[in-house]
Design a binder for this molecule. Structure first.
Ligand code: SAM
Length: 239
């Protein structure tokens, strides 16, 4: 499997990704604003608008990190379990929730590939900028399907492949030169940001990822590109 710019054994990828997020946890939120010019906030707002969570609905926010999606969902009264493989990211999230007085979230370390939850536990499953970091993506998608109730919905927000002509040259120059520099400056960590950029480039394009979601058992799979597919929302339904 690929760890950004090089191939590694699957076990090693999980460990290396763990190291990346432990390194960046403290500066993660500032870096997101710096790298995207604040746009990640708009993409996350759009994601949650698309989900339309309702009061009392049980959601699992997988790879939930520092809580950006869960906080937005909780505003609508959803009951959110935030899970992530990395306890450092969750710790930053719990502290943010405490400061903002956001209550009612459950924080639980979990590997998306193998969840502890019973079958049919949740009304919805969200994963934002998380799936490309998972070593065994088909396993994670099968687990998402398993823990959803019948009629439950799957939503994924992830970087994808922009199809605007000329965009990729500009984007490549920006992402390969500037992002690692920003990582060095703000997070004192160039390598982790090299990984993050390369993992975006290697993630399957929209039709291929949609097919993987179908193969996990979901129906009515839909893709909603944002900014020409720089980012995309994939969704599916457990019939
Ligand atoms: N969802 C948050 C957001 O949108 O800001 C965090 C996204 S962050 C880019 C990716 C997260 O995926 C990290 O917190 C990382 O620890 C988590 N992650 C990576 N592999 C994972 C796995 N196998 N299971 C669960 N979480 C994982």
């Amino acid at each position: 499997v690929s760890f950004g710019y090089r191939d590694v054994a699957p076990d090693e990828k999980t460990k290396l990704v763990g190291g990346v997020f432990s390194n960046v946890a403290k500066s993660y939120d500032i870096m997101n604003d710096a790298m995207s010019g604040g746009m990640h906030r708009l993409w996350k707002d759009q994601f949650v608008r698309r989900i339309k969570p309702r009061t009392g609905e049980a959601f699992l926010d997988m790879a939930g990190g520092t809580g950006d999606i869960a906080f937005r969902m909780a505003k609508h009264g959803a009951l959110v379990t935030v899970s992530d493989i990395n306890e450092d990211m969750l710790a930053v999230g719990m502290e943010r929730a405490r400061k903002r007085r956001i209550e009612g979230l459950t924080w639980l370390p979990q590997n998306a590939e193998q969840l502890v939850f019973d079958d049919r536990s949740f009304d919805g499953y969200t994963i934002a900028f998380g799936i490309r970091n998972v070593t065994d993506i088909p396993a994670a998608l099968c687990e998402a399907h398993r823990v959803l109730k019948f009629g439950g919905r799957f939503f994924c927000l992830e970087f994808s492949t922009n199809v605007w002509p000329g965009f990729s040259d500009v984007y490549d120059a920006y992402s390969h030169k500037l992002v690692p520099q920003l990582g060095k400056l703000i997070a004192q960590d160039e390598e982790s940001y090299r990984y993050l950029i390369e993992s975006i480039r290697r993630f399957p394009p929209m039709p291929k990822f949609a097919k993987m979601i179908e193969e996990a058992g979901f129906t009515q799979v839909k893709v909603e590109p944002i900014m020409g597919g720089l980012v995309a929302i994939h969704s599916g339904w457990k019939a």
